[in-house]
Design a protein around this ligand. Structure first.
Ligand code: LLP
Length: 473
């Protein structure tokens, strides 16, 4: 590998808007031009992040400027985009009484949660940690639903104490524990059973399908009906609703309608048995356009759902995560090095699987585009890889990209959901900063971690002396 490849420009943070120090041909890598490459068209990131005079922006701020100011890797979220997506749900489903319970796991930053709460949404939580985050962000407990197959008695205690809307119970044993906890506290626990409707949901990866019979989620229909039938003998449980969530990143309406059919039929039977359910929770999972396409046609889903709920006097709960924040976030990363091996070209960036796990874990496809369009840059097919010591550490594979140079900035699109929230400290890497762009202002909503943060809570005990009486020499 020649020096041209490893030679980083200048010291400090390179200015992405500065003219290139050398032409694409000055690198010791074989020139993409030699293989008949063409100048790359400027890749785009879609709504909220338009390219202005060649540079990606967010609400009038240059992404290059944000990277310069806050460093990289950096998550940037568009507050207006988040608000607009919440409004889209509220408008589409205005024909029914709706509780929009934003799925905190998609992006649990306190400021993001706060703005989502201010827009009128509640929260779908899956742990005491998410409960406390949502509370701290100002989301009222009465707008929270608590899902997850492994809630502990302690988590139930806390959720009862603050008064959440409902627990979505996923097993009979969990229901028994919840009943015990409620009895001990002398209260009634609000419950909806999460039903496993046994539908195949077309998710891009089997890890994110949850509605089939063999998944760990939910309770099969017949057993769930029997459990609702126990309501009269269980004064400490308040069977308030019913819940289903069939998976994530689903772009077709039909699987939702199949699940809805199953659950509505259950509602009718449960009510006929004298248990007055108030709400139906259809879960989340509404797909977005990672490649710039439209995603799930929400209005079509709403049209199919609204009347059927209204005629039964049922309230609707939805638990969108990705469809609220996914497209409203990008990850900015700087190119460190390039190299070539085995006929492959690698672009090595300062972000990888520790910042955005989706490509590695689910084969998730995200747009990766240069922040500053260089009309001279020639397109090459590259693997964009991170610095983590794993071959599975990549952001994009075999991707045509305007061949970047060290110091150039790349933007990874649709990274607002399951980006930072799945970031890790593997390889003792500090998690990135997060910035919320609101009314044209960049607000630092999470500072970049420092090495001290990584070691917080760890102790080095002095070497333990042998136990007295121990006669080992
Ligand atoms: N409700 C429940 C009960 C869930 O389990 C989930 C997501 C949601 C709502 C929200 O789903 P969304 O609207 O965000 O698709 N890490 C994966 C996605 C895992 C989803 C887990 N549950 C990914 O990056 O694709």
């Amino acid at each position: 590998m020649g020096e041209g490849v490893l030679n980083r420009p200048g010291s400090g943070v390179p200015d992405p808007s500065a003219p290139r120090a050398d032409s694409p041909d000055s690198s010791s890598l074989p020139s993409p031009a030699a293989e008949g490459a063409t100048p790359a068209p400027p890749g785009d990131l879609g709504r909220g992040f338009p390219r202005v005079q060649g540079e990606l922006t967010c609400r009038g701020l240059s992404l290059g400027g944000l990277a310069q100011r806050f460093g990289t890797p950096l998550y940037v979220y568009d507050a207006q985009g988040i608000a607009e997506r919440i409004r889209r749900f509220q408008e589409a489903f205005q024909g029914v009484e709706l509780l929009l319970a934003y799925s905190v796991k998609a992006n649990g930053n306190l400021a993001v949660l706060n703005r989502i709460g201010l827009a009128g949404a509640g929260a779908d939580i899956v742990s005491a940690g998410e409960l406390e985050r949502a509370l701290k962000a100002g989301i009222p407990a009465s707008r929270m639903v608590f899902a997850g197959v492994g809630k502990t008695a302690q988590e139930m205690e806390r959720a009862l104490e603050v008064g959440i809307h409902a627990f979505h119970v996923e097993s009979e044993e969990e229901l028994d524990v919840l009943e015990d906890v409620a009895r001990r506290r002398g209260v009634r626990a609000p419950v909806g059973i999460r039903v496993n409707p046994d539908v195949e949901s077309p998710t891009p990866h089997h890890y994110t399908a949850t509605g089939h019979a063999t998944s760990k989620f939910g309770i099969p229909v017949t057993r769930a009906l029997e459990l609702y039938g126990t309501a009269p003998e269980r004064p400490h449980l308040w069977f308030r609703g019913i819940d289903v969530h069939i998976g994530s990143q689903i772009v077709a309406v039909e699987p939702y309608l199949a699940a809805l059919d199953t659950v509505l039929e259950m509602v009718d039977r449960i009510r006929a048995g004298g248990v007055e359910l108030e709400y139906l929770d259809l879960g989340g999972g509404f797909g977005v356009g990672y490649r710039g396409e439209a995603g799930l046609p929400l209005e079509r889903l709403a049209a199919a759902v609204t009347d059927r709920l209204r005629e039964r006097g049922l309230r609707l709960i939805l638990e969108p995560g990705r469809s609220i924040v996914g497209e409203a976030g990008v990850l900015l990363t700087r190119v460190l090095y390039r190299k070539e091996s085995g006929g492959k070209r690698f672009v090595i960036t300062d972000a990888g699987m520790t910042e955005l796990l989706r490509p590695s874990h689910y084969g998730g496809w995200h747009r990766v585009v240069p922040v500053v369009h260089d009309p001279e840059a020639l397109e090459a097919t590259v693997d964009v890889v991170g610095p983590v010591c794993e071959s599975g550490d990549f952001l994009a594979l075999d991707r045509p990209l305007a061949h970047p140079e060290p110091g150039d900035l790349l933007a990874v699109g649709t990274a607002g959901a399951y980006g930072f929230s799945m970031a890790s400290n593997y390889n003792a890497r500090c998690r990135p900063a997060e910035v919320l762009v609101e009314n044209g202002r960049p607000l630092l909503i999470r500072r970049r971690e420092e090495v001290d943060d990584l070691m917080r809570g760890e102790v080095i005990p002095p070497p333990t002396p042998p136990e007295s009486g121990d006669d080992t020499p």
